[in-house]
Design a protein around this ligand. Structure first.
Ligand code: NDP
Length: 452
């Protein structure tokens, strides 16, 4: 390891990618420092996946209560305390912050609490006071919410704010139709908030399989969210009785809170010395080559700063890959082909591989297997909850190209099948697998006849 520099690796940003790279590099014997000015664990642990999933569980209460009433239980609903949920969540997140810090110190990583800035190749500063040198520098500062600059945008909140709201609004509008918007619209709805979701498209979740989009759009609406499709917010007016949204193609809407979930952008705030020129991609992300080198010598970037899926496990994989690449030797490139993902909306979506539309563009002949059913769990109740499962198969090689699900436990179920998909499972392999009865997941191994 180099002695000419203060450290072998300095990481700016202690989120998923940064912490993983720092820990792995230190475990490989490198002298590593990490700079963080906010919270350890980054977006996912603090204002993303983890607290969002806690809220998502909380939002199941009304459905679960109705469901269990059908099994004979009698509940008396004594209301919902937002403060309890919020504060319990905050306590758990603080505990996780501590774990992240301890993981770093136990691995021998030096922690600098402050703002990291790249001054020059091999050189960073902390809070513009102290300067340190490193053989390698990793930018891992993640992303931040993007808010369109419409009139009155400052009267809206972003997803970060939702985790610390002093009180739960009675009526809220969520703007956007992607992951965050759909998750939060259904969470707020499940927590009893009168919820409106305003989306400029005609079906939620652009980029997902068309059947999934149809199914989720229908079920979000029938689940109680007021979907305002083909609409945009033109302006937000702050009034004494709330926030008045002026919308395209819709009547004005008065709500207590407006939440923008209109995408995220790389967090490059005060990250670079003025003279430095860091090449960006056309969409404004940091440009890297296949080994995560940026255009500046000695400087790397991973995670939400660069192109690719903005997913925690992807950032973790990139951080780990880079640490091994720098301090252990050549590594096989990361495959971005079969990345499973879930949207923790109500209902939940799980997906891995190609959509039907992508498969039709790339392959000559595609077989589709589709099943829609009412899970056993709901059959004693009045709940009309349904599940969608779909397989996209290459008719020539029999390889399963895509697996999609909307329904209970879609994330859990998809993760298991993703292993088979990464291994190149064929439809015959699915057929040869004996189901577990009675489960919903068994449907994936019992779909015998192509839908078309
Ligand atoms: P997405 O890209 O998923 O969605 C952004 C939404 O905002 C889209 O519906 C988009 O519309 C809409 N939009 C963009 N610009 C405007 C605008 N100017 N006016 C009106 N609407 C606009 O971003 P998210 O912020 O929801 O999430 C960011 C990323 O974070 C996701 O892509 C995902 O990778 C990750 N994530 C993952 C989660 C998980 O794993 N469960 C959970 C949350 C986030 P259109 O479709 O028309 O472009």
């Amino acid at each position: 390891m180099s002695k000419t520099f203060d450290f072998d690796l300095i990481v700016i940003g202690a989120g998923s990618g940064g912490v993983r790279a720092a820990r792995f590099a230190a475990n490989l014997g490198a002298r590593v420092a990490i700079i963080e000015n906010r919270f350890f664990g980054g977006t996912c642990v603090n204002v993303g996946c983890v607290p969002k999933k806690m809220f998502s569980y909380a939002a199941e209460a009304s459905t679960v209560t109705e469901l269990f009433a059908s099994f004979g239980h009698r509940f008396e609903h004594n209301g919902f305390s937002w403060e309890t949920l919020r504060d319990n969540k905050t306590r758990e997140i603080k505990r996780l912050n501590g774990i992240y810090q301890r993981l770093l110190t136990n691995a021998g990583v030096t922690i600098f609490n402050g703002h990291g800035r790249l001054l020059a190749p091999h050189q960073v500063s902390v809070d513009d006071e102290k300067t340190y040198s490193a053989k390698h520098i990793l930018l891992a500062t993640g992303g931040k919410p993007y808010v369109p600059s419409i009139e009155g945008y400052e009267n809206g909140l972003v997803s970060d704010d939702l985790f610390y709201l002093p009180s739960l609004p009675k009526k809220a509008a969520v703007i956007g139709g992607g992951y965050i918007a759909t998750e939060f619209a259904t969470i707020l709805n499940g927590l009893g908030v009168e919820t409106y979701q305003v989306y400029r498209g005609n079906l939620l979740l652009r980029g997902f399989d068309q059947d999934v989009r149809n199914f989720i759009t229908h079920h979000v609406q029938s689940g109680g969210v007021n979907l305002l499709l083909n609409s945009q917010v033109k302006s937000i007016e702050k009034r004494s009785d709330g926030k008045l949204l002026h919308l395209e193609n819709q009547q004005p809407l008065l709500v207590d809170e407006v939440i923008f979930a209109t995408g995220r952008m790389p967090n490059l705030d005060n990250l670079l010395n003025h003279e430095l020129e860091l090449a960006l991609t056309p969409s404004g992300k940091v440009h890297v080559d296949s080994s995560f080198n940026t255009s500046i010598e000695s400087v790397f970037a991973v995670g939400d700063l660069i192109e690719g899926p903005e997913l925690t496990p992807v950032a973790l994989e990139e951080g780990m890959w880079l640490a091994r690449h720098l301090f252990q030797g050549a590594q096989k490139p990361i495959s971005y082909e079969m990345i499973p993902t879930a949207v923790f909306s109500h209902p939940c979506i799980g997906t891995v591989g190609l959509t039907e539309q992508e498969a039709r563009e790339r392959y000559n002949k595609i077989d589709i297997y589709r099943s829609e059913f009412r899970p056993l769990r709901y059959t004693l109740s009045e709940l009309q909850t349904r599940t969608l499962m779909k397989l996209v198969v290459d008719a020539e090689t029999d390889k399963v190209l895509g697996l999609h699900m909307v329904g209970d436990d879609a994330g859990e179920i998809t993760q298991g099948f993703a292993v088979a998909m990464v291994m190149g499972a064929t439809k015959a392999d699915f057929d040869a697998t004996i189901g577990i009865h009675p489960t919903s997941a068994e449907e994936f191994v019992t779909m015998r006849t192509p839908a078309e």
